[in-house]
Design a protein around this ligand. Structure first.
Ligand SMILES: *[C@@H]1O[C@H](CO)[C@@H](O)[C@H](O)[C@H]1NC(C)=O
Ligand SMILES: *[C@@H]1O[C@H](CO)[C@@H](O)[C@H](O)[C@H]1NC(C)=O
Ligand SMILES: *[C@@H]1O[C@H](CO)[C@@H](O)[C@H](O)[C@H]1NC(C)=O
Ligand SMILES: *[C@@H]1O[C@H](CO)[C@@H](O)[C@H](O)[C@H]1NC(C)=O
Ligand SMILES: *[C@@H]1O[C@H](CO)[C@@H](O)[C@H](O)[C@H]1NC(C)=O
Ligand SMILES: *[C@@H]1O[C@H](CO)[C@@H](O)[C@H](O)[C@H]1NC(C)=O
Ligand SMILES: *[C@@H]1O[C@H](CO)[C@@H](O)[C@H](O)[C@H]1NC(C)=O
Ligand SMILES: *[C@@H]1O[C@H](CO)[C@@H](O)[C@H](O)[C@H]1NC(C)=O
Ligand SMILES: *[C@@H]1O[C@H](CO)[C@@H](O)[C@H](O)[C@H]1NC(C)=O
Ligand SMILES: *[C@@H]1O[C@H](CO)[C@@H](O)[C@H](O)[C@H]1NC(C)=O
Ligand SMILES: *[C@@H]1O[C@H](CO)[C@@H](O)[C@H](O)[C@H]1NC(C)=O
Ligand SMILES: *[C@@H]1O[C@H](CO)[C@@H](O)[C@H](O)[C@H]1NC(C)=O
Length: 855
């Protein structure tokens, strides 16, 4: 929730006096967003390529006198926004090559830490950008750069250039730490810092309406498109035997397009075409002429013409054009796709290429990745190119025109999914993974509520998902931030089926968790029919009626169940289903939708029994990952603990298996996934951490917290101030190196864990009307304290050890909230007039601080 000025004022009059070893708990400070743009500047600048932070020089101008000279700019932690440069002096004109990277090592690569051609996420695809500086004054990039801590600038052309300042015009909110709704600190600053990763990550990945701006510009000359991932239309799909024609005018460098390629899915297999210009005098001096030679049609496949870790790109061919491809004049391009894997390209009616895409033997669609059944064409030039596109037409071999678009109307931006965002949305990541993923918010939506308490970034993305629900009940498990038209919604939503159907169940948990912390009954009532239809769709797509386990239709490309390639019928996804249905049943009961409540409860019960009877291996005492398969993996253990499946005894036996999966940075998958890259996944570790906390395994939970998340707060050159997507198994670096999202929200459970289980404040009833104060017994630290946002105001809590070594705690909750205190020790305690209490205590503090002391 957002605290209005009134709440803040009231809060400011409260005094929180500390009775323990902790300092007093800070009050939330008022903050109003600046009316104009916020600018962010580097904390250090060095006149060389270096990872040594040279503090104190950040205000100095940047002066280039030699081509090849490089400056390194360090912003201290991740920032996001439009790169801006203030040119103080330029002799003639100058060109600079600018690189962006979250970790320092990306600056050592020719392509920065990109390119990130994964999503049309309303930001620059490329992490290298070249600027032509022709006059003094301010220069800004057109594109947002989604997140980086490091930047380098190299002079590639010119004799003298002085930049009086370099920075970012922020594209995200800048609320400072002390103005967030939530707060947590510990005597051990490692935990203080880990908690704060949540709100900082939220700031980098959650976007208010209108902040992530369109990546195309519509002009009377058509769409002006700067180098980026080609954006796809969904107006005509899966065409066979047709010719796409369009007119294009290269502004600089070249133009680009694709055909027969998946629409915003997680594959990219149609041909990539990049047609380069003659590169007239004044062209960028850093053009990679071996990758994109002048007057050439470069044909590629995959995500891009360059590789980036798990986004492979292939260059299939280079067709030289036998005349000059002139800039700033119109050309007509025709691409014919008969549907037999051959392609013919005509430039101004002259054939410049003819090839068979399968003859190259690379980049074929992966049959085991589900979804991506809709294909279409796309436009987008290569890095540091820009071109106009107009009069796009598609004519079938029968002569029928099926698409005709002058590309001069603003609707084009919505059609191609590149329009400025209109809703509150959360990306998974600041850079590569700029999609709004449904299930990945299971953890991060809770981190929002515990961290900033800014519920717009919980109900907003939920409303976005519901706005794209189709009549079958299906909700997109990932979606673009751009507004979409009806056709675009239908195609893009159904295109993903049946990828990650379990995310629907996770989404219902997101809503449940939100309801518990906010008590937003209005939301629940309004969206209930949509929630039920999404749940029904998910059950119909995933429940195997023979076993009552998850998995039936979710097998990729309908691979038969039980085969090696089928998706597991294991505990992990089945428990998503169970928990989703059980939470739905609680909400259904609240709404008096008894039929739905009963049906979901019954199904959940059947699936619980199924796991316990079909998957328990009584010889070796574990829940198998699938029927007829031996072995388990870490997510199975995590979910069994979290879902409280089976008996306590069985859970304890299964938990014993965890030790064998241990690595320096946490735990990795078990026996079934030995061929996959070995990284620690903080998303999975988040489930495990909660599972361990729920099972009362404080020591294991704290050990996991330390192993997986303390690398993220080590203030070395890889530090970003935000959560990482992966950690290397040795805990030394971001798991997939520079590819790793280092402002990635999915594994953000520690922010919740520290508030819910270490501080110990958890809602028992919606809106915290009744809540637990139940710190995990035995968590090793001298003290913790914090603030938990609720609709009635903040709950303040703290605990630590007094000079006698006894646990002392304090609680201060707004009037009307009921606290159930569960002591984190055996034995009695006293508070107020109550002495020697041996039970859980119901404490009504009514805005005053109650101190509790272990006897
Ligand atoms: C703080 O916690 C970290 C992680 O557990 C630990 O390595 C460190 O020793 C602790 N510091 C203190 C002062 O206890
Ligand atoms: C082709 O372009 C090159 C480079 O700009 C130029 O030198 C050459 O004269 C051009 N040729 C023609 C025929 O225009
Ligand atoms: C850079 O500016 C110079 C001088 O105005 C111009 O000649 C050149 O074409 C420009 N280059 C690009 C790539 O815009
Ligand atoms: C990308 O990597 C693949 C696999 O290693 C390789 O076949 C391909 O040629 C690479 N692509 C480029 C553009 O280097
Ligand atoms: C495409 O259509 C043309 C004209 O109707 C026909 O001759 C050709 O066989 C078709 N190609 C394929 C691959 O179906
Ligand atoms: C409840 O959710 C709706 C969105 O559906 C939102 O507009 C409203 O502000 C929320 N109410 C509260 C009290 O947060
Ligand atoms: C639904 O269940 C509630 C509580 O179990 C009960 O009070 C109510 O009468 C039921 N409503 C209907 C329509 O059955
Ligand atoms: C139980 O697990 C062991 C060890 O993984 C395996 O050898 C055995 O076949 C399993 N039993 C059943 C019934 O699957
Ligand atoms: C880990 O296991 C899950 C299933 O529980 C699987 O989806 C994932 O691909 C595996 N990842 C790795 C890195 O082994
Ligand atoms: C940072 O990450 C890189 C890999 O990108 C790794 O080689 C290095 O050891 C990490 N740690 C430090 C302190 O640089
Ligand atoms: C408690 O504080 C809230 C505001 O934080 C105020 O509205 C309420 O009247 C206070 N109640 C008591 C009993 O002091
Ligand atoms: C206190 O509350 C905890 C958590 O709800 C519960 O497990 C425990 O049984 C309760 N203890 C007593 C004595 O009621």
């Amino acid at each position: 929730m957002i605290f209005g000025p009134l709440t803040l004022l009231a809060a400011c009059f409260m005094r929180v006096v500390s009775a323990g070893p902790w300092p007093s708990i800070p009050l939330q400070q008022p903050y109003s967003s600046p009316t104009g743009a916020a600018y962010l500047y580097p904390t250090s600048i060095a006149n060389t390529l270096t990872d040594a932070y040279i503090n104190g020089s950040a205000g100095d101008p940047i002066v280039f006198t030699t081509v090849g000279q490089t400056y390194t700019l360090d912003y201290g932690r991740d920032v996001a926004g439009y790169p801006v440069f203030e040119v103080a002096v330029v002799e003639g004109y100058a060109q600079i090559e600018v690189k962006y990277s979250e970790a320092y090592n990306g600056l050592l690569e020719s392509q920065g830490d990109g390119p990130f051609a994964f999503a049309n996420g309303l930001a620059g695809t490329f992490r290298v950008e070249t600027f032509n500086l022709t006059h003094t004054g301010n220069v800004s990039s057109y594109f947002i750069q989604g997140s980086q801590r490091w930047q380098s600038i190299t002079l590639i052309k010119g004799s003298y250039l002085k930049l009086s300042s370099v920075g970012f015009k922020s594209s995200v909110e800048q609320t400072p730490l002390d103005s967030w709704g939530g707060y947590f600190a510990s005597s051990n600053t490692t935990y203080t810092d880990i908690w704060a990763l949540g709100p900082y990550t939220q700031q980098l990945v959650c976007f208010a309406p209108g902040t992530q701006t369109s990546t195309w510009e519509i002009t009377e000359n058509g769409a002006y498109i700067r180098g980026q991932k080609p954006a796809t239309t969904a107006q005509v799909v899966n065409l066979k035997n047709y010719t796409l024609s369009f007119e294009t005018m290269v502004e600089y460098g070249g133009t680009g397009w694709r055909v027969d390629t998946e629409i915003d899915a997680i594959q990219a297999t149609g041909p990539i075409f990049v047609l380069t210009s003659e590169y007239p005098d004044g062209s960028f001096a850093n053009i990679d002429q071996s990758l994109v030679p002048p007057n050439t049609l470069v044909v590629g496949r995959g995500w891009s013409l360059q590789n980036q870790t798990s986004l492979p790109g292939y260059i299939l061919d280079k067709f030289p054009v036998l005349f000059n491809v002139t800039e700033k004049v119109w050309h007509t391009i025709k691409t014919t796709s008969p549907g037999d894997n051959t392609y013919t390209v005509l430039l101004d009616d002259l054939e410049i290429a003819h090839f068979n895409i399968s003859s190259y033997g690379v980049g074929d669609p992966n049959p085991y990745i589900p979804g991506g059944t809709y294909k279409s064409f796309a436009f987008g030039p290569w890095q540091d190119q820009a071109a106009y596109v107009r009069n796009a037409n598609v004519v079938l071999s029968t002569g029928e025109t099926v698409y005709s678009n002058p590309m001069t109307s603003d609707d084009v931006l919505v059609e191609y999914g590149v329009q400025t965002n209109e809703m509150y949305t959360c990306s998974d990541s600041g850079k590569r993974d700029r999609f709004s993923w449904l299930g990945d918010r299971l953890i991060s939506a809770r981190a929002v509520m515990a961290g900033t308490g800014d519920a717009r970034f919980v109900w907003g993305p939920a409303e976005e998902a519901f706005s794209r629900q189709v009549s079958s009940g299906q909700i997109p498990i990932n979606t673009l931030f751009s507004p979409l038209d009806t056709k675009g919604t239908l195609i893009r939503t159904t295109n993903l089926d049946p990828l990650l159907v379990d995310y629907n169940f996770d989404f219902m948990q997101v809503i449940f968790n939100y309801w518990m912390s906010s008590g937003n009954n209005t939301f629940l009532q309004y969206y209930w029919p949509k929630m039920v239809s999404a749940t029904s769709y998910a059950i119909s797509r995933s429940l195997d009626l023979d076993t009552q386990l998850y998995g039936a239709l979710s097998a990729p490309q309908n691979v038969p169940l039980g085969s090696e390639k089928g998706q597991a019928l294991g505990p992990a996804s089945t428990i998503s289903l169970i928990l989703g249905l059980e939470r739905m049943a609680i909400m259904a009961s609240y709404l008096k939708d008894n039929g739905t409540a009963n049906a979901y409860r019954k199904q959940a019960e059947l699936s619980r029994i199924a796991i316990d009877t079909l998957l328990w291996n009584s010889t070796d005492r574990y829940y198998a990952s699938s029927v007829g398969i031996t072995g388990y993996d870490v997510m199975d253990i995590a979910q069994v603990l979290l879902g409280e499946v089976g008996t306590v005894e069985r859970r304890a036996q299964f938990l014993e298996k965890l030790a064998s999966l241990k690595v320096a940075a946490g735990y990795i998958n078990g026996t079934r996934y030995e061929d996959t890259p070995r990284v620690v996944n903080p998303y999975y570790m988040s489930f495990l951490l909660e599972g361990l906390a729920k099972f009362g395994e404080t020591e294991l939970a704290q050990d996991l917290l330390d192993r997986t998340w303390s690398p993220m707060v080590r203030k070395d050159r890889n530090y970003t101030g935000a959560y990482w997507e992966y950690v290397s198994i040795d805990g030394v670096y971001p798991g997939l190196d520079i590819f790793t999202g280092q402002s990635h929200f999915w594994g953000s459970y520690p922010t919740v864990f520290l508030t819910d289980y270490v501080l110990g404040i958890r809602a028992l009833k919606p809106a915290f009307n009744e809540f637990l104060f139940a710190p995990l017994p035995g968590f090793r630290t001298e003290w913790v304290h914090g603030r938990v946002p609720t609709p009635s105001g903040s709950i303040y809590a703290a605990w630590g050890y007094n000079s006698d070594g006894k646990v002392v705690l304090e609680i201060n909750a707004p009037d009307g909230l009921v606290c159930v205190f569960v002591p984190p020790f055996n034995g009695s305690f006293s508070y107020g007039k109550e002495v020697g209490v041996t039970q859980n205590a119901t404490i009504i503090s009514k805005n005053s601080t109650i101190t509790i002391v272990e006897d």
